[in-house]
Design a protein around this ligand. Structure first.
Ligand code: UGA
Length: 450
């Protein structure tokens, strides 16, 4: 099928690339013409595992093309996926101006009926507004726009794998035509008829389910899911604080809790808390939406507060262990908001660095992927591709992102050239016993110090 993707960010590029790999003909466009120029010469503007490979393959097969002319892209596809940003306003409410802009473009540029699918994360009831905008700006005639909601549940870093092997595909529709078309679009994914870049013919057997719901439900499913995961993380973080007071081990507690399938082991990892461009903004948008409907979502507000306090807790540990920060050389390991991505939006590490600098520390940072993005925020700190270089002469190592390469660091080696054997681990990556054996003063979240 001929499909249009508007917005070539994380969601749009992964969606476009994977739908092309599933056999569709995909036309991508973005308001940022530089981004389109980059894509045309094979440069992928974001780091996402397997994405470059899938895109290159789709280009070679002539299944994907890029244009900075939105009209051309809109006319090319029979189904249009809107994948533009919905950043937070100061009030926490989602800024839907990009969706509104695209709706007007679609209505004005389309020359035939289209199915318009919202894939951007939007608050409930956006579909209704989208439908109104499309009708209001349309050139009339026999043209009809069907609106559908198809929220994405992709995690950055594993987005390509998540797209090809989803737990569920949610499709919110109000008409049969859209339901049929979206089933057709996702049929190759459900039937595992695509060349998987990850498993080389040995894809997991787990079946994926496609759920047809109303548009309102689909929109709500997205916010309700992200907010629940954020709640889980904040819950684990409060348990970690309690463990510290009581002398229990949060890893033992959450592991045992998670073995109950009603709870599950995932998203119970205590530490610096959640960042990224999804949870912090989605939770705010959901609180805002609920309040506009007369529902005070106190529970979510508490989860947000707990998350903001993680950095305060971290600094309590830093002050206790390092004492005076001013004039100290501090190695910050990890800048991205989580491992396997170069995304630093709302990354806890950025707030950690901001506070370290405010207290007069000399910051040496390392990250496998996020250094160049961070330079724009902090041009005056020192960056090292090699984490061992960052650790040279350091009075303390602060671990802010759970990269595998950091998990596997040789601390015996690092200890030999650090000024002081002090590790303050914001992601609970190491065993306190092992670190103690290596003669490190080791601090982490919710686990007894040995
Ligand atoms: C999240 C959701 O997991 C996706 O399903 C959703 O599609 C996406 O938002 C979105 O709305 O676009 P993502 O933001 O990529 O995905 O990252 P997650 O893997 O969910 O992690 C979010 C944050 O929580 C990270 O900062 C991570 O370090 C933190 N986290 C995660 C914890 O602190 N503890 C945990 O146990 C798990």
């Amino acid at each position: 099928m001929r499909l249009t993707v508007i917005g070539c960010g994380y969601v749009g590029l992964v969606t476009g690339a994977c739908l092309a790999a599933a056999g569709h003909e995909v036309f991508c466009t973005d308001i940022d013409s530089k981004r389109i120029d980059q894509l045309k010469v094979g440069k992928v503007p974001i780091y996402e595992e397997h994405l470059e490979e899938v895109l290159n393959h789709a280009v070679a097969e002539k299944k994907i093309s890029y244009t900075s002319d939105p009209g051309e892209a809109i006319r090319a596809g029979e189904v249009i996926f809107i994948c533009v940003g919905t950043p937070p306003k100061n009030s926490g409410e989602a800024d839907l101006s990009a969706i509104d802009h695209v709706a007007r473009q679609i209505a004005q540029e389309a020359q035939a009926s289209k199915i318009v699918v919202e894939k951007s994360t939007v608050p409930a009831l956006t579909g209704k507004q989208l439908q109104k905008a499309l009708a209001a700006y349309s050139r009339g005639g026999d043209m009809k726009f069907h609106v559908a909601s198809n929220p994405e549940f992709l995690r950055e870093g594993t987005a390509v794998g998540d797209f090809f092997h989803p737990d569920r595909i949610v499709v919110g529709v109000e008409d049969e035509v859209s339901a049929k078309k979206l089933r057709e679009i996702y049929a190759p994914i459900l039937q595992k008829k695509f060349s998987c870049p990850i498993h080389a013919g040995k894809c997991p057997d787990a079946p994926s389910e496609l759920l047809i719901t109303t548009i309102n439900s689909a929109e709500l499913i997205k916010h309700a899911s992200n907010s629940f995961l954020a709640l889980k993380i904040s819950y684990a973080n409060v348990i970690a604080d309690l463990c510290e007071r009581i002398g229990a081990d949060v890893e033992e507690v959450t592991h045992a809790m998670g073995l109950d399938p009603r709870i599950g082991t995932q998203f119970l990892k205590a530490g610096l808390g959640f960042g990224g461009f999804c949870f912090p903004k989605d939770i705010q948008a959901f609180i805002h939406l609920s309040s506009s409907m007369g529902i005070d979502f106190e529970m979510l507000k508490a989860a947000e507060t707990v998350n903001k306090q993680r950095i305060d807790r971290y600094f309590e540990k830093i002050h206790k262990a390092l004492w005076v920060v001013k004039g100290k050389r501090v190695a910050v390991l990890g800048l991205a908001f989580k491992a396997n991505t170069d995304d630093i939006r709302f990354a806890p590490a950025l707030e950690v660095i901001r506070r370290l600098l405010a207290e007069g520390a000399e910051v040496h940072a390392s990250d496998p992927e996020a250094i160049s993005r961070t330079k724009a925020f902090f041009p005056n700190i020192t960056y090292h591709e090699d984490p061992y270089e960052a650790l040279k002469g350091a009075d303390a190592a602060l671990v802010c992102t759970e990269w595998k390469s950091f998990r596997e660091l040789d601390w015996e080696r690092a200890g030999k050239f650090m000024a002081r054997r002090l590790v303050i681990d914001g992601r609970n990556l190491y065993s306190p016993q092992t670190m103690q054996k290596l003669d490190f003063d080791y601090h982490c979240f919710g686990r007894p110090q040995h």
